[in-house]
Every structure is written in structure tokens, then in C-alpha cells.
Design a binder for this molecule. Structure first.
Ligand code: ADP
Length: 254
């Protein structure tokens, strides 16, 4: 067996449960993500996809189950979570939100450098240099002093991606990154995400863009009603689903 085969996955999620009041949103989610792997999560609205991502980023605390990030972080939600645990998740992952979540009264550069300087303690000059390099990479070097309202949705989301990259996470989480965009702006954002995949970033992407999932994902999960109904290689899941629920969902998207 090669070392790649015995290497622990970067992320291992086991039996994740989450309820909001009476609403049991996650009913035992299992997920493994290897280093460099791209996992796409698809499923109907309200099925729990965003809640999975938020749990991975420490924005929601699961009620039961385990999340492990290799090496060294192992959370078992049957025990109370400490702040240190929560920050452990935030330190190692970064989220790109559906609505960009940029600070409206701060410039692009301030949006990108805020967390590296304030949370990670990076010297400002270094944070600025790194931010500028990342902005150049997504074609936004000339927008560093612009405010979010001066940018198109596609540009704002590219800033959202740069802000996540500036944290140098091991795991990038995308929550429907193109669903708030006008159709003509979707492509530029998907292109950036595709390049990140080619560069070897480990990513979990919640998306309704099925052809994109097919192109970039190594593994697709179909979630419905808080459970993983089906998982596998995109080509198989998306063209020959085994489960009727998956087939019905895909037919509706066509
Ligand atoms: P999806 O991303 O698949 O659309 P979500 O994970 O956003 O689904 O939501 C799953 C369910 O959890 C929905 O019924 C939603 O209303 C509910 N939910 C999500 N977040 C909260 C919250 N903070 N409080 C109460 N209910 C929530």
C-alpha cells in the first residue's frame, strides 16, 4: 500500500447530528475528505447542506457526532465544546459565503487583511503584501482601494474567496458561492474556484451548479433530509444515480 493510501484523511466527520428546536436538520452525516480532494455537496433547499459547512467552520455546534481534522483536532460533540475547540475549527478552515459577507464600509484591502492581522496576528505589512498578491491572482489588483458597493457581484465574490485564502486554511468551504450572482457573472467565479482545485486546495463546495460539480469534484454527496442519500464519483452520481431521490432531484434541475 502506498503512503497516500494509508494517509489519514484531512477531514473526517462521523455521525453528525444537529437540531434547531424540534427540527432535526442533520441526522447522522458521515464525510471524509482527503488532502487535495474536492467534494461537492448537492441536494434540495433546506436539506442541511449549509448547516454541515457551518458546523465544519465552528459557526454551528453539532449536538452529536465527531469532527476530526488531521493532525491533532478531534471534536466529540457528546462533550461540551470549549472555545479552544471552536477556534481550532476556525483556524483550519475558511468559508466563502453565498452573499459574500464583505464589510460594506471597508475597502477590499481592509476586508482581506482584517482577519489575518486581527485574529492571526500577522504583521500588517505582510498581510497587505499577501493580500495584494492574492488580489492580483484573481484579477482584482486595481480594486484594492474600492469599496464593495463599487464592485460587481462577481468581483465581490472573488474578494470573498481572496479573504478566505488569506487565512491560509487547510480546508476551503464554499456555501453556494454563485447562487446570488447574475448568470453572466457565474463563470468568472467558477473559473477561480476551478483554478484553486487545480492548485490542489482541499475544498467542500455546496453548489447547484451540476456541470461545475461534474468538472471539478472528486466526490459528490447528495444530501436530503439531513442524511447522505448517495455519494460517489460525479460522473456516476450525476448520470447514473442509484437512488430514486437523487434521480428525482437531478431531473428537477434539468
Ligand atoms: P440547505 O443549505 O440545504 O438549504 P440549511 O442547512 O440552510 O439547508 O437548513 C436546513 C434546515 O435548518 C432548514 O429547515 C432551515 O430552516 C433550518 N435552519 C438552519 N439554520 C437555522 C437556525 N439558525 N435556526 C433555526 N433553523 C435553522
Amino acid at each position: 500500500m502506498s503512503s497516500a493510501e494509508i494517509e489519514a484523511p484531512l477531514l473526517r466527520v462521523t455521525g453528525l447530528h444537529k437540531r434547531f428546536g424540534e427540527n432535526e436538520v442533520l441526522r447522522g452525516i458521515d464525510l471524509e475528505v482527503r488532502r487535495g480532494e474536492v467534494v461537492a455537496i448537492i441536494g434540495p433547499s433546506g436539506s442541511g447542506k449549509t448547516t454541515v459547512l457551518r458546523a465544519l467552520n465552528g459557526l454551528e455546534v453539532a449536538d452529536a457526532g465527531e469532527i476530526a481534522i488531521d493532525p491533532g483536532l478531534h471534536l466529540d460533540f457528546q462533550y461540551p465544546l470549549t472555545e479552544a475547540h471552536r477556534y481550532g475549527l476556525r483556524d483550519r478552515s475558511a468559508m466563502v459565503f453565498q452573499n459574500y459577507n464583505l464589510f460594506p464600509h471597508r475597502t477590499v484591502l481592509q476586508n482581506v487583511t482584517d482577519a489575518p492581522v486581527r485574529v492571526r496576528g500577522l504583521p500588517r505589512a505582510q498581510a497587505v503584501a499577501e493580500a495584494e498578491a492574492l488580489l492580483a491572482r484573481v484579477g482584482l489588483a486595481d480594486k484594492r482601494d474600492a469599496y464593495p458597493y463599487q464592485l460587481s457581484g462577481g468581483q465581490q465574490q472573488r474578494v470573498g474567496i481572496v479573504r478566505a485564502l488569506a487565512l491560509k486554511p487547510e480546508l476551503l468551504l464554499f456555501d453556494e458561492p454563485t447562487s446570488a450572482l447574475d448568470p453572466e457573472l457565474v463563470g468568472e467565479v467558477l473559473q477561480v474556484i476551478k483554478e484553486l482545485a487545480d492548485d490542489g486546495w482541499t475544498m467542500v463546495i455546496v453548489t447547484h451548479e451540476i456541470s461545475f460539480a461534474r468538472q471539478v469534484a472528486d466526490q459528490v454527496l447528495f444530501i436530503d433530509g439531513g442524511v447522505v442519500v448517495e455519494r460517489g464519483e460525479p460522473k456516476r452520481i450525476l448520470t447514473e444515480p442509484r437512488e430514486e431521490r437523487t434521480a428525482r432531484f437531478l431531473r428537477r434541475l434539468l
